[in-house]
Design a protein around this ligand. Structure first.
Ligand SMILES: [Mn+2]
Length: 398
């Protein structure tokens, strides 16, 4: 019998809030401890071990300590790069881990003359492990149609960091049909952050879920991280999903329609609940008929929940709408948007003369700045803020 753990999407270094970054890392530590205690034969990590191709030193340091525990327990780790720890230059910190002897990247293939990619196995005893990494924006999906390998082994594992059609649902996302993948006994998959475990004839398809939820919605849906424990007995595969519940998550849904009275309403709703030491997710929905989102005093709400002893407080107002304002505007169907904007700004400036108006067009330009695909939010915000400071001549003030 062979027993292995299947982890994916650890996203070490993810989350800006300190407490959540800690919980994310602690979940990984729990999984590692569990692997050592259960004396697994090996560990699989199906991509996105790190949240970025260049993780912070602090995270690297702690990660190495965890990998050393597995190494000391003589548990090999087989992994592939995911969409997050992939870098266009081909260099990632996975290479550093591998050079240190802490893991084996199983991506190994050769381009054939006919344009197909022949994968080469990494062996653990008589188990053959193949892997093909994820890329940014699902760019590996096309590659996968040309991937093949010879699967005449006792037991074959195929590691991919790609979404299969069965889990994609209505999400607009690149995906592969699992029936078109080369034949394997166990498909150790990652990328989609949910638990999926399906057996079809002699094939097992598994997404173990992320080691910790990665955003507001995932916290609300998944509550905690997870990984898979797998036992192979001849052709027989037994799986267990292991949950890692570190802190209770409470989602509070409140419908509001008045921005002016919302603060008090929200506080009295929250006051009814026991929130001590919990992760509290406040989700606001509804249409504001009075007041604006800006009228809700979130700092006051935050102070209140901190006094109630919450561990982490997050809010989401994306389902909150403002009542549609009716604009009176002449239409210029043949005109381009820039000209329309300019005309509106000119008219506005004429009606509301102020020194500030001279900044309007530059501000419009700056605010249309878009976030690059692999740019961190914090870097983007810095870029946007420094642009705005320049325009408003605030350099050195903030
Ligand atoms: Mn991921």
């Amino acid at each position: 019998m062979v027993k292995f753990a299947h982890l994916s999407d650890c996203h070490l270094g993810s989350w800006r809030q300190g407490e959540l970054q800690d919980l994310n890392f602690k979940s990984f530590q729990v999984a590692v401890r569990n692997c050592v205690e259960e004396k697994v034969d090996f560990v699989l990590i199906s991509g996105d071990l790190f949240d970025s191709a260049y993780p912070p030193i602090e995270i690297l340091k702690e990660s190495f300590a965890e990998f050393k525990k597995l190494h000391d327990a003589k548990i090999p780790v087989y992994l592939i790069a995911g969409s997050h720890d992939f870098s266009a230059s081909g260099k990632t910190f996975l290479d550093v881990l591998e050079k240190a002897g802490f893991c084996k990247n199983v991506e190994d293939w050769e381009m054939q003359e006919d344009g197909r990619r022949k994968l080469k196995p990494t062996f653990h005893g008589d188990i053959a492990i193949y892997g093909y990494p994820g890329r940014k924006s699902g760019m590996e999906v096309e590659d996968l149609s040309s991937v093949y390998f010879e699967s005449m082994h006792q037991f074959t594992i195929f590691m991919i960091h790609t979404t299969i059609k069965d889990v994609v649902g209505t999400i607009p996302m690149e995906s592969v049909e699992k029936e078109k993948l080369p034949l394997a006994n166990y498909y150790a998959m990652g990328h989609i952050h949910q638990i999926f475990d399906v057996q079809e004839s002699n094939c097992r398809f598994v997404y173990p879920g992320p080691i910790f939820p990665n955003n507001f919605q995932e916290l609300s849906d998944l509550q905690c991280g997870s990984f898979h424990m797998v036992e192979v007995n001849g052709p027989d595969i037994k799986t267990r999903s292991i949950k890692i519940p570190l802190k209770e998550v409470v989602t509070v849904n409140i419908v509001i329609d008045n921005g002016l009275t919302a603060t008090q309403e929200i506080i009295s709703e929250l006051d009814k609940l026991n929130l001590r030491d919990k992760i509290v997710l406040l989700k606001l929905r509804g249409t504001l008929v009075q007041g604006k989102t800006g009228d809700i005093r979130f700092n006051e709400i935050e102070e209140f929940v901190l006094k109630k002893g919450v561990s982490v407080f997050l809010r989401n107002i994306s389902a909150l709408k403002l009542q549609e304002l009716e604009f009176e505007m002449e239409s210029f169907p043949t005109d381009n948007p820039q000209n329309i904007e300019k005309r509106i700004m000119d008219e506005y400036s004429k009606k509301n003369p102020a020194d500030f108006n001279k900044y309007l067009s530059q501000l419009m330009m700056a605010l249309s700045l878009e976030k690059n695909e692999d740019e961190k939010s914090i870097v983007y915000e810095d870029r946007l803020l420094s642009e705005l400071k320049n325009i408003l001549e605030l350099e050195g003030i903030l």
